[in-house]
Design a protein around this ligand. Structure first.
Ligand code: GLA
Length: 394
């Protein structure tokens, strides 16, 4: 990843005008998985990895965007990019990196942001791609705040997160919830963000000073655009529908209790019941985990992470062999309070809460143990919880 000054220089060299720089982070979810799209609770933190967007306005109605990561440039009129590409996306064209910034422009235009004169963009990020650390949300949010900055269009951060989610749902075609875009906007240094996904309200949970977040990348590619994610969403909605017949006040699974599942779960297909049990118990775990952080009780937080993983593995069936190996190995390491699969699942990363003094030994043992068990070299990142999206001043 280049420095901010280098990205600014590259933008100038490409377009002959200075660009304004903006950044938005990826995220790691500490607890609360697959609960956001049924109005539940999640507790992610923004991470030190981000996408940086340099932007300058144009006058010719074109979008010219250069992805440094893909070493590729697109140059299209607004209608080619947003209208033609939208049609071809709907017809099933494979997702391209430019669909994320294009989707954001599309959603912003729909909201009334003046984009018709066009922009030049330089995009570079260091959020690992396909690792379940929300590289997509980071490029979306960075593009959104860049365009809003360039047009002096004032929008509240919650609205920015919602428009980025809309871009991903309706333009890119991935049916994600609100967690990733929200925390990319609202992240705060050294804090996890406990989000109530129904009301889009949040509270900050301070991460105790003697704990570190260590992320182990299984190197098994994860994608929200894949079919499993949508299947899980449909199962959760089917379960809520059955409970609603008995308790009409259940708008989403967030409103259901374990008691409801005990009473009426037999009316559901066995798989649907398992999926619902994960979500209902996970919501309770998030609330308990927020209390544990407030009390600086890392042992308790770690226990909840362990339970969350088992639930995600057995009831939600969103784990995979490699991820389970990482979680099991982490459980054997001194100084590790808890470990679990993070993000959408079916590959990607684990999140580990580790005593600050033990991070070095933990990292080495994890790398060696995983290589021995799978033949794969894991990438391991230590991150602080970082700030949300912001403009960069050079
Ligand atoms: C992906 C989605 C999020 C959320 C997680 C699972 O990251 O983008 O909205 O549903 O999966 O918790």
């Amino acid at each position: 990843m280049q420095t901010h000054a280098e990205i600014a220089a590259l933008h100038f060299a490409s377009y002959n005008v200075p660009g304004a720089l903006y950044a938005a982070p990826g995220r790691v979810n500490l607890i609360g998985e697959h609960t956001d799209y049924s109005d539940g609770f999640v507790m992610p933190a923004a991470i030190d990895f981000a996408t940086v967007v340099a932007i300058s306005p144009r006058t010719d109605g074109r979008i010219v965007a250069h992805s440094v990561n893909y070493d590729e440039r697109i140059d299209k009129s607004i209608s080619e990019l947003l209208d033609d590409d939208y049609a071809s996306r709907r017809a099933g064209r494979k997702v391209h990196w430019s669909d994320y910034p294009a989707g954001v422009l599309w959603a912003l235009r729909e909201h009334g942001v003046p984009i018709e004169k066009g922009f030049s963009l330089t995009i570079e990020g260091d959020v690992p791609l396909g690792a379940g650390l929300s590289s997509s949300a980071s490029i979306e949010v960075a593009t959104a705040i860049a365009v809003l900055g360039a047009t002096s269009f004032d929008l509240q951060s919650t609205k920015i997160a919602l428009l980025c989610q809309r871009a991903e749902n309706a333009f890119v075609g991935a049916n994600c919830g609100i967690m990733d875009q929200f925390v990319s906007c609202f992240g705060k240094q050294d804090h996890a963000v406990m989000i109530d996904c129904r009301w889009l309200e949040y509270t900050l949970a301070p991460i105790p000073a003697d704990a570190r977040i260590v992320i182990c990348n299984s190197m098994v590619k994860h994608s929200v655009a894949g079919g499993e994610y949508n299947t899980r969403r449909a199962e959760i909605e089917a379960g809520a529908e059955i409970l609603r017949k008995h308790r009409p006040e259940i708008v989403a699974l967030r409103d259901a209790t374990v008691d409801d599942l005990t009473k009426w779960g037999h009316e559901m297909p066995a798989t649907v019941l398992k999926r619902c049990r994960h979500v209902v118990t996970e919501n309770a775990r998030v609330l308990a985990a927020a209390d544990a952080f407030r009390a600086a009780n890392l042992t308790r937080f770690g226990e909840l992470m362990g339970q969350a993983h088992i639930s995600l593995r057995d009831d939600f069936e969103a784990s995979c062999k490699e991820i389970d190996i990482l979680v099991e190995l982490a459980g054997q390491q001194p100084g590790c309070f808890g470990a679990r699969l993070t993000g959408g699942g079916f590959g990607g990363c684990t999140v580990n809460l580790v005593a600050a003094a033990g991070v070095g030994a933990f990292t080495e043992a994890m790398r060696a143990g995983y290589l021995e068990a799978t033949g794969i070299t894991a990438e391991i990142y230590t991150s602080r919880a970082s700030a949300g999206a912001h403009a960069i001043t050079l």
